[in-house]
Design a protein around this ligand. Structure first.
Ligand code: GLC
Length: 740
């Protein structure tokens, strides 16, 4: 039976929703049915509990989360459509963060590819796989700016830069939603967590965030502004306390910035039980006041909580909330169901979709994994491995053959049986040609015993090269999984040192959900490839890069600190009144005993760790060697309506095809607010044959130089600017001016 309300066959092209459809439905709904649409309930229990079925049947539930199997989704949907009074279909939500069944690199790894097209393609594949199993709504992209690698959720982010995060977050939204939500395999995106969650104090998840207003506007809000422009259908509020007002009750940000300044007309959903947590935060006395705060602030739907269900009716009766407010919240829910075509087609027929883990899905997963890999060290060009010169390789480490771990955090529907591990791929690559000697050396990344070291050393001694796979299991990053000491866990560093001492060439591959502090490990390896958690096809991708079938091309989307003590450390920092420089630094070992109380150094550095990171944002090596030369600007000054044209030549002076990402940074030298020492504004990805030179062009205009100024307005300010064109955070420099 189709819904009795909507008999016309609406053909929707996305956002234009016939209001009469929604209005006519609203006019028929009871208050209880309206409040029901604002509930998202956990449906992971199998079989469905009676209260879930009853809640759906009586119209007291509008959405479920954690159901992602066609038959089960259709079963609960039939109750909604065929047994409830108005037959309003359910929205099925699921965390499809970096793949559904085919798992792509964690978002931090996808960010290292600096490839929005690939992010979009992976999201499209994830959406079609999820939609084929009954999912209508994913809770991604996560676009929290992350500057603290102790924070476990940095794994889910696109890193520290607002421009790159906004670009990749928008690409993910487009991949999930396409331009027609009622089209094949389209699902709702949900940009999260609005806002500032990545600034969780001391990197401990859920802790308070104290973000100054200008930093909030110009750094943390910027990616959300971009994804709202890109058409994100929904947003999720953050758990975090924002300078005393938790995001889930922060009307200034939700109704103010999001809805009023940015004219966002989509849906806002709370995070899991975050409305009731307003009591725990100490903002609200009880569930009733929490429900009032969240509804008045602009939260439409409650995820996995009961504050709205228990208190909205009473708040309306008492005149605290208006029915028109409730109607606007319910209308946003109904419009999304309408745009998805759920009133006409509430059920899912998996037969209409490609099989899960299709060849194309695996191909894109492989490409994503290849492009996510960042080569951080390659002493003596030990990579790529010369197959013809190898008789045997040692494959060592707890992450060489860990099919579940390589998928990374936030994987619900991926299957480790689909994973191809590095060991499996290396055995396939070497089969019949090169002897593979495998010894894990440690049972897990956290093992502290050296019991297995001997076997590992034996494997290395009978091999021509040691390939060592170290890092973190997937559970050591992600939600609630922050670490205070972010070096390699367990006895991995000791294992690597013991292997290096054997005198063979050593190649280390790190699989982790965050930038680890690997300073002590660098001297113990000739080459280091950072693989993040590379997903289902991590093994073949790593193998292809190790043997030169693919060239590494990833660039760091986040700064790597020398030590945890340097955190937070990020490239787009302020200059301060006493910026450090290497020549004036005084290092702790150079200080005499009895030193007079003079001010040592007089600038912003550490006596023991200086001020520079281990590896900067934007860094990554390839197998070619790209030199930048002949930087030219079209003019020394541009007017407000003009475009500055920037040209540079990129030449591969190496002997192998290399990939390069040429990056454009600016610095606004003086402003009504102090501005970062560098801001990424554009980049171009190149593939260069040996000896080949390519001219790269960029354009910059006043809009690219705009920011939220001291008076709160958004726009550019006339004055002098520096620009850099680089393949990392260093590079060729020039100056230009913006006229009044
Ligand atoms: C979690 C996360 C959020 C996720 C939601 C549903 O607590 O904070 O990112 O989408 O709950 O699983």
């Amino acid at each position: 039976m189709n819904s009795p309300i909507l008999t016309h066959s609406a053909t929707h092209t996305g956002r234009e929703v016939p209001e009469d459809t929604v209005d006519s439905l609203l006019s028929k709904m009871t208050l209880e049915e309206k409040i029901g649409q604002l509930q998202q309930v956990d449906a992971s229990a199998d079989p469905f509990p009676d209260d879930l079925i009853d809640g759906v049947r009586t119209g007291r539930i509008g959405s479920v989360i954690n159901l992602a199997q066609t038959d089960a989704c259709n079963r609960i949907q039939r109750v909604a459509v065929e047994e409830s009074r108005l037959g309003i279909p359910l929205l099925m939500g699921r965390d499809v963060i970096h793949g559904f069944r085919t798992i792509f690199p964690i978002p931090l790894g996808q960010a290292a590819a600096w490839n929005p097209d690939l992010v979009r393609e992976a999201a499209r594949i994830a959406a079609v796989e999820a939609r084929s199993q009954g999912v209508h709504w994913t809770f991604a992209p996560m676009i929290d700016i992350s500057r603290d690698p102790r924070w476990g959720r940095i794994a889910e982010s696109f890193g520290e830069d607002p421009y790159l995060t906004g670009l990749l977050g928008s690409a993910m939204v487009e991949g999930f939603q396409t331009d027609d939500l009622s089209g094949h395999g389209a699902i709702l995106a949900c940009a999260k967590h609005f806002v500032g969650y990545g600034a969780s104090e001391s990197g401990r998840d859920y802790s308070a965030t104290n973000i100054p207003a200008n930093e909030l506007r110009n750094i943390y809000l910027e990616p959300f502004r971009r994804v709202v422009e890109a058409g994100a259908a929904t947003l999720m509020t953050s758990f975090s306390d924002i300078d005393g007002v938790p995001a889930t009750a922060n009307g200034a940000l939700l109704n103010g910035v999001l809805r009023s300044d940015w004219a966002f007309d989509g849906l806002v959903v709370s995070d899991w039980n975050a409305i009731n947590e307003l009591i725990v935060h100490g903002l609200c006395e009880d569930g009733r006041s929490a429900a009032a705060e969240a509804a008045l602030a602009g939260v439409d739907m409650e995820m996995a909580g009961d504050a709205y269900a228990r208190h909205l009716a009473g708040l309306i009766e008492d005149g605290v909330l208006s029915i028109s407010l409730i109607d606007s919240m319910v209308a946003r829910v109904l419009r999304l169901k309408q745009q998805l075509g759920l009133f006409e087609r509430p059920y899912t027929d998996a037969a209409g979709f490609d099989p899960l883990v299709s060849d194309r899905a695996l191909k894109v997963a492989y490409e994503s994994a290849v492009e996510s890999l960042v080569l951080l060290k390659n002493a003596g060009a030990v990579l790529p491995l010369r197959e013809a010169q190898l008789g045997s390789i040692a494959v060592i480490g707890p992450l060489a053959d860990a099919p579940h771990e390589q998928m990374g955090t936030w994987v619900f529907d991926g299957q480790k049986s689909d994973s191809v591990t590095p060991l499996q791929a290396l055995r396939q690559q070497c089969s019949g040609k090169i002897q593979v000697n495998y010894a894990p050396g440690l049972e897990t990344s956290r093992s502290r015993t050296h019991d297995l070291f001997g076997a590992a050393e034996t494997a290395v001694l009978k091999s021509d090269v040691a390939l060592v796979f170290l890092g973190e299991e997937s559970i050591l990053s992600g939600e609630a999984h922050s670490r205070a000491d972010i070096r390699l866990p367990g006895a991995q560093s000791e294992l690597l040192a013991r292997i290096k001492a054997l005198g063979k060439p050593v190649v280390t591959v790190v699989l982790a959900g965050r930038p680890l502090v690997i300073s002590e490990n660098l001297p113990n390896t000739d080459a280091l490839l950072y693989a993040w958690h590379p997903g289902t096809m991590g093994g073949p991708a790593i193998t292809a890069v190790l043997f030169g079938k693919e060239a590494p091309r990833g660039k760091l989307p986040v700064t790597f600190p020398k030590s945890v003590g340097q955190i937070p450390i990020y490239y787009n920092h302020k200059n301060t009144g006493r910026p450090p420089n290497a020549s004036e630094m005084i290092l702790i070992d150079d200080i005499e005993v009895g030193a007079l109380q003079t001010s040592l150094g007089m600038s912003a550095f550490y006596l023991d760790d200086g001020f520079e990171p281990l590896f900067p944002f934007g860094f990554g090596l390839s197998y070619g060697h790209c030199e930048l030369e002949d930087l030219e600007l079209s003019q020394p000054e541009i007017g407000q309506g003009e475009q500055l044209k920037i040209r540079v030549s990129a030449r591969n002076t190496g002997g192998r095809t290399g990939f390069e990402t040429v990056q454009l940074y600016i610095r606004d030298i003086t402003g009504s607010l102090t501005r970062p020492v560098k801001e990424l504004k554009a980049f171009k990805r190149l593939s260069l044959e040996p000896g080949r030179c390519e001219v790269v062009e960029f354009e910059l205009g006043a809009a690219d130089l705009s920011f939220y100024r001291r008076d709160g307005s958004f726009g550019p300010e006339p004055g002098r600017f520096c620009l850099w064109v680089s393949t990392s955070s260093e590079g060729l420099q020039a100056e230009f001016s913006l006229g009044a």
